[in-house]
Design a protein around this ligand. Structure first.
Ligand code: MTE
Ligand code: HPA
Ligand code: MOS
Length: 769
């Protein structure tokens, strides 16, 4: 199945792949012509729903009094747990989350039910008038408190290699410390939305802004007491997902479908931004404690690490997120003897979920923190300590989860960035500058990224696609992946265009639809193009092969001699336009459409010991970042960023560079200004852009240079490319490390504890500690 891309080598001189094609929806998006769920013309009779939210973090739910709401204009009724015809528990893997809170509430913002009204504002106003009778219970709000109380959503997992205690005790140097890293709100521009429509015979059509239509289908069917074939889910595009619509979109769709079922009318549920903050899960906050032993070069000999993962009130994706964090503690470094204990803690907060990097950032940051402090403890340059710890290529190349790192390019990649960013010269300049600047201090850091590509749940690494060639030669592709702005559909169009040798513009994508490609995985784990691109390529290849055989027979040549390129089909003896061949083939009854299926080879692992080869390959990169802090106020700014990132042979360099820039800036937000604050009652106090600060255009560094590593993926992956969606997010750890470097300059050296995000307050704390 995984034959190399021969066609590209032999065929199209100017293939669509490798070109910076503009995003397939860009023009429509700019002109307002790209349809999001809320833009779909509403069907006659559509009702609108709004959620009724718990205002208590933990308690017995004694009653729901909707009388005042029901008396309001336009209100049609409420939907509560007793209105669920199927299973009242969501059909998640762990099966631990009620669709609507029933006898207890478990966080402020938990959805108890819906108010359904003629207009969205009527529904929202009425939902605020529903009175909940709740008897409060003690709530666990802090992750360290949850760990002490052994309050877990899932069992702890420990990965161990060698004898870390002995190695730490015997090491020339030791450090121990703690670190707290905050969560992150996804802040997708399009909020969560679902639109449910009754069809005939108890069948349902659901428009959902989701990264995982197949799971929405399954959850809706399960809640309605139906089978998957009774529910069809469609998504043309999302206005951003970032992991926040991997599972969370399913809740909204299920709620809308339950309301539609009760009132036998189409129902739309679109969360207002504040409610979206209050209801949906975020990036998992982490708390760490560690002990490390190292030699005089800063080389780690033994590490013991505890990670307390704040999962919120239910499991959701916390198991795989916490696993991925365990898999990424090493980042780019050989850890030696190591023990990592991962605790999946239960708190009375939103159920935290997938977010770009999926635990990877939380795994890596603690190792970067440790290496930065080892360097400061030894009085060495942090880059030298990082380099001393890098995985080797023939030795010191086995991860703590027993996977051999076969494709490591970090030594040459870091060397090149060190040169191109003038790291050494700037290090000296910054030191001199800091000597003359008592209040403002600058800092510099160069940090690498090694990110494992593949879903850690091995079975998710499969994909399907359909390629239809119509009689006029136009082509339509459908695949199981979803578009959230990342450019997946554009890349798929490029891949299919090249496979058929037709111009990019001859191929169209249609909305992701569970009625077309079934059982599709979430578009996540950065693997959208790897999986769906290959499936679409295989589908197109089958159509091409049928056409080649048809032509070869007529022209008396071999099928391999038929070349498809530039919208033409040529054999040793003839050339004809693609359209003519398609027309002839149709009239000769050749099948002009096909399916394609792909599953990632080589991967396997034992989910109890977390050992094996969970990843097909790694994506690499490095960033060099310069920052400045004001030591009187803690204010800080990112001044310069140089990135060298590995996307293999880029399918679309414009999109890939966009992903790198966007991922970096989003990571910078996580580590600097985006602070989630829950008050003593468990109320998320930062639930709007007025108090929750994502980066604005003015925060993008004035000097922001991105370069792509030139080599192809050594594993056989579509077009020689590598996944790009998540890995650049973690390049932003360089921002936080540079801030710690600046703080160390102000303090005159030594380890620096700086909790993330590095808000002005946390920078001041780091300076004063
Ligand atoms: N880029 C944009 N513009 N919008 C998004 O929502 N999500 C990110 C990343 N890049 C996202 C994005 C996340 S979390 C993932 S897993 C990947 O895109 C998913 O898409 P891919 O697998 O096709 O790269
Ligand atoms: N990444 C993103 N989403 C996922 C994963 C993963 O590794 N596993 C299950 N869902
Ligand atoms: Mo991305 S967090 O895997 O949706």
């Amino acid at each position: 199945m995984n034959a190399p891309d021969k066609h590209l080598a032999q065929g199209a001189a100017v293939p669509a792949t490798g070109q910076p094609h503009v995003h397939e929806s860009a023009r429509a998006q700019v002109a307002g012509g790209a349809t999001y769920i809320d833009d779909i013309p509403e069907v006659k009779g559509t009702l609108h729903a709004a959620p009724i939210l718990s205002n208590v973090a933990h308690g017995h739910l004694r009653g729901v009094d909707a009388a005042a709401a029901l008396a309001m204009e336009g209100v049609r009724g409420v939907v509560l747990a007793q209105d669920i015809p199927g299973d009242p528990i969501l059909a998640t893997f762990v099966h631990d989350e009620p669709i609507f809170a029933r006898d207890k509430v478990e966080y402020v913002g938990q959805v108890v039910g819906l108010v359904v009204a003629e207009t969205v504002m009527q529904a929202r106003r009425a939902a605020r008038q529903v009175r909940l009778d709740i008897e409060p219970l003690p709530a666990v709000l802090d992750v360290r408190e949850a760990l002490a109380a052994q309050s877990f959503v899932l069992k702890p997992v420990t990965v161990r290699r060698g004898e870390p205690e002995q190695r730490i005790a015997a090491a020339a140097h030791r450090l121990s410390g703690s670190l707290d890293v905050g969560g992150q709100e996804h802040f997708y521009l399009e909020g969560q939305v679902g639109y449910a429509m009754p069809l005939e015979q108890d069948q349902w059509w659901i428009y959902s802004s989701t990264q995982h239509p197949g799971e929405v289908q399954h959850w809706v069917a399960h809640a309605l007491g139906l089978e998957n074939h009774d529910v069809r889910v469609e998504c043309r595009r999302m206005g951003g997902g970032f992991g926040g619509k991997e599972t969370q979109a399913g809740h909204i769709a299920v709620w809308a479908a339950l309301a539609a079922r009760k009132f036998r009318r189409p129902v739309k549920l679109r969360l207002d931004r504040d409610d979206d903050f209050m209801v949906t899960g975020k990036r998992h906050p982490f708390a760490y404690d560690y002990e490390v032993g190292f030699d005089g070069d800063g080389r780690v000999a033994g590490l013991r690490l505890t990670m307390a993962v704040n999962c919120g009130f239910s499991a959701d994706l916390s198991g795989p997120v916490a696993d991925r964090a365990v898999f990424h503690v090493d980042n780019a470094y050989f850890l030696g003897d190591v023990e990592i204990a991962s605790y999946r803690c239960r708190t009375n907060t939103q159920s935290h979920t997938a977010f770009r990097g999926f635990g990877g950032p939380q795994g890596m940051i603690v190792m970067e923190a440790i290496l930065g402090d080892i360097a400061r403890a030894l009085g060495k340059d942090a880059l030298d300590v990082r380099r001393a710890n890098l995985y080797g290529t023939t030795e010191r190349n086995v991860t703590h989860y027993d996977m051999t790192v076969e494709d490591n390019i970090l030594a040459p990649l870091i060397a090149r960035l060190e040169q191109s960013s003038a790291y050494r010269a700037r290090r000296a300049e910054i030191a001199a500058w800091n000597d003359g600047s008592p209040v403002i201090k600058r800092g510099l850091a160069l940090t690498p990224v090694k990110f494992g590509i593949s879903f850690t749940a091995t079975f998710f690494n499969q994909a399907g696609a359909l390629v239809h060639v119509y009689g006029d030669g136009s082509v339509q592709v459908n695949h199981g992946g979803t578009e959230m702005g990342q450019g997946l559909h554009t890349k798929i169009l490029q891949i299919v265009a090249d496979e058929l040798g037709v111009p990019f513009g001859r191929v169209r994508i249609s909305a992701t639809d569970t009625g077309k490609v079934p059982n599709a995985s979430a578009t996540a784990a950065s693997s959208g193009t790897d999986l769906n691109g290959r499936a679409a390529q295989f589908a197109a290849r089958q159509v091409r092969q049928r056409l080649a055989e048809y032509v070869a027979e007529k022209q008396n040549c071999r099928p391999e001699q038929v070349i498809f390129a530039h919208g033409q089909v040529s054999t040793p003896g003839a050339v004809m336009p693609w359209e003519q061949l398609v027309d002839d083939a149709y009239h000769s009854r050749v099948q002009l459409w096909s399916d394609g299926f792909y599953r990632t080879p080589k991967i396997h692992y034992d989910k109890h010991t977390l050992t094996g080869r969970p990843f097909y390959y790694f994506s690499y990169g490095a960033a060099c970042t310069e920052v400045a802090i004001d030591t009187l106020t803690g204010e800080n700014r990112v001044l310069k960023v140089d990135i060298l990132h590995d996307v293999g042979h880029s399918i679309n360099p414009a999109i890939d560079i966009g992903q790198i820039e966007g991922g970096f800036v989003q990571g910078m937000g996580w580590l600097t200004t985006e602070q989630l604050v829950w008050n003593g009652q468990g109320v998320l106090a930062t639930h709007a852009p007025s108090t929750y600060k994502i980066p604005a255009t003015g925060d993008v560094p004035a000097h922001f240079r991105v370069e792509l590593w030139p080599e192809a993926n050594p594993e056989d992956n579509v077009g020689g490319s590598k996944a790009v969606g998540e890995p650049p997010f973690m390049l932003a750890i360089s921002v936080w490390e540079a801030l710690r470097d600046a703080a160390a300059a102000a303090r005159g050296g030594g380890p620096v504890r700086m909790d993330a995000p590095a808000t002005a307050e946390n920078v001041l704390k780091a300076l004063r500690a």
